[in-house]
Each structure stands twice: as C-alpha cells, then as structure tokens.
Design a protein around this ligand. Sequence first.
Ligand code: CMC
Length: 391
Amino acid sequence: NGVVTLDPGYKNTGACESAITFLDGEKGILRYRGYAIEELAEKANFLEVCYLLIFGELPTKDQLTKFHNDIKAQSQVDEDVKKILDGFPKSAHPMGVLSSLTSALVAFNPSSVNVDSEEDMYKAIVKILAKFPVLAAWTYRKRMGLPLDYGGESLGYVENFLKMMFRKPNGEYKTNETILEALDKLLILHADHEQNCSTSTVRIVGSSHAGLFISISAGIAALWGPLHGGANQAVIEMLEAIKEDGGDTKKYMAKAKDKDDPFRLMGFGHRVYKNFDPRAKIIKKAADSVLETLGMDDDVLDIAKALEKEALEDKYFVDRKLYPNVDFYSGIIYRALGIPVEMFTPMFALGRLPGWIAQWREMRLNKEPIGRPRQIYIGETLRKFVPVEER
Ligand code: CMC
C-alpha cells in the first residue's frame, strides 16, 4: 500500500520463514534442525552437522560416506588460483584474500552459477565445501611462506584441513586428538545462527540468483567486520592491549561505558541473546580444558574471566543485557591450537560455511523473491540543474 515502516538494523523485521535454526534469545536456546547445540557440540562431528544443516536430517552412515567422498572428489583447486593468491601482498588480511579467492572460483567453475535443479545445487554445494578449506589453508600458508598442498584422502574433513594448514614443508603431520576435537567443536558452534548479518547477506545476494560461490564471497566480506565475525580477532587484540597496559580491567570497563569513547568491550553483547549466549558457555568450558590438556597457560584467559565477572556485576552491562558472546573465548582456544590471530575470522568463516549454504539452498528452494528493502527519502526536493561554470 506504499506505506514504509522504518526498522534500522532490521531489529524487528523478519525477512523469511526458515526451518534451519531455532534461537530463543531470552532463554539462551540454540538448535540446529531441532537438535540442541549442547548435544551436537558434544556428540556430533562437523561434517555430520554440515549435512544436517544443509539437508535437514542427520545422515546415515552411508549418506555421510557418500557426502564425504563427493567432497573429496572435488577438493582440487585450479592451479591458476595459486597465481591469484601470489598477487596479494603477504600483509593482506586473510578475510579479504578469502573473499576474493571464493569469487575467483566462479571463473573456474562456471557451471556452479545457474543451478535451478536440486542436483545442480548439490554439485555446487559439494564443490564449495571441498574447495573452501583448501583456500583457507593456502591463504595461511602463503602468509607463512609455506608450500601449498593438499591433505590426505583417508582423513576426516576437519583433520584434513588441519593437515593442510600445519603439515611441515617435508610433508610430516601428526594428528593431535585434543586439537582436532576442539576445532571440530568450535566449527559446530559457529555453523549457523539464523538471519545474522553475513547470512542475510548471502540470502540477499543469492536472491538475485547470483550463484552460490559469489553469495558466499559476499557473506565472507560481511563476516569480516569487528561487530560480527571479526570480533574474535578484536577480542584477543583487546585482551592483549589490557595485558600490556598492566591488566587494568576496570579502566577498560570504564572506557566501554563512556558514551564519548568509541571503545566497546569486544566479545560482549548480542542482537538476539539477552540472557546468555549458549555457545559462549560451551566455549568457556572448552577453553579451560583445551589449555589444561595441552599443558598450556594463557594469562589473557585470566583477564577475560576477570572482565566477564566485572561485567556481569556491572549495572551498565546488566541493564543492557550484555553478556559474553561466542567470540569472547573462541580466540583463546584458536591461539592454543596454534592458529594465528589474523586467521581467527577465517576459522569462523569455515565454521559458518554450512550455515550459509543451508540458508542459500532454502532460499532458492522456497523460490523467495529478490531481497529489496525500502527507504524513506529525506533528501532535497526537485532542484534545477546548475551548469558547472555557474556553481
Ligand atoms: N560494549 C559496551 N557497550 C555495548 C556493547 C559492548 N560490547 N554492546 C552494546 N553496547 C551498548 C550500546 O552502546 C547501547 O547502549 P545505549 O542503549 O546506551 O545506546 C546498547 O548496549 C545496545 O547496543 P546496540 O549496539 O544497540 O545493540 P545491537 O544489537 O545493535 O548490537 C552488537 C549488537 C553485537 C553489534 C554489539 O553488542 C557489539 O558491538 N558488541 C561488540 C562486538 C561483538 O562482540 N560482536 C560479536 C557478536 S556475536 C558473533 C557474531 O555475530 O558474529
């Protein structure tokens, strides 16, 4: 009827119906396809969760084996992609590189663009699940000046990724079960989160029928920002800065509350969770146990715990319902696993990949219309053009 209602940040606007992820922000509930996140993090592996999110059911053994074999069969990346990677300066942020390489994949896989049948969608899905971990590992290895290679046919999906990241130049690699389990859990916890910023980006780009890979490339760009996935890098940088500054958490709490200071307590607050973030609870516990099992000590973990305690007792944070989110403790685990800080957000992207795919697939299967928000125009009314000589 031409009436436009404003909702900046889409705080109260639903854009789709979805059967993928259920989230109750008041009660701190998160479920993928009806399964509690706590149970999945404990009992499932990441590839099973990928299948569950994308296709709606936990796979049988045979379905999982076929899915994995189909992925493995597509893991080769065109050799020319290495030349593109070579063109980036070593200092380039991995998220920018990854977004670019993911869009470059379209050029080498043109058949992945116009996918109307479920069969063609499946082929595109399997390709991106296969090639994205290769791109992520290569982005890291290029930064480190290490040779770019593949993992091993017999390895699991996550184990293969770890091997691609960390195999020595002589090819040696030994799986560490603690690291493998911890990474698997982190990826599961990040795998979907309904209509967040990057997922909405994927859906809206995909709604123009622009193809899966390019929609994911846009999702990676959206995830990069420090208010979204980039928060995991920002948290560790903040904790390090507090440590350098003598560990004075109270000073940073005061900065976060000061409305004239742009500083925010990174890893705190969430658009939907107004009680607690169930992922943060699981990750906090995992951080303790990973450090203990690996026999490591990280003094920023103590700073993080002190900040959390102070914030939970502070009127400013309590009034605004600001709690630690998924990114508050994840960086501490990534660091313990040997993953450098600039790779934290790419790890989030790897975890979120199945969620983006599932949401894109759902959007296409539901034949959703092109995403196109409205606006309320507040600019000038009609003006006469003035030639440049007269301005
Ligand atoms: N530190 C200090 N104050 C905060 C923070 C924070 N981290 N987060 C929100 N606030 C204040 C904000 O200033 C506002 O105060 P007031 O009502 O006085 O103006 C109030 O809380 C509400 O904040 P908002 O910005 O309107 O809330 P939002 O839903 O638009 O933003 C958020 C949510 C996650 C972007 C925000 O809480 C934030 O910037 N947090 C820090 C970044 C972060 O950790 N992001 C990761 C989010 S979880 C993972 C993911 O999404 O990828």
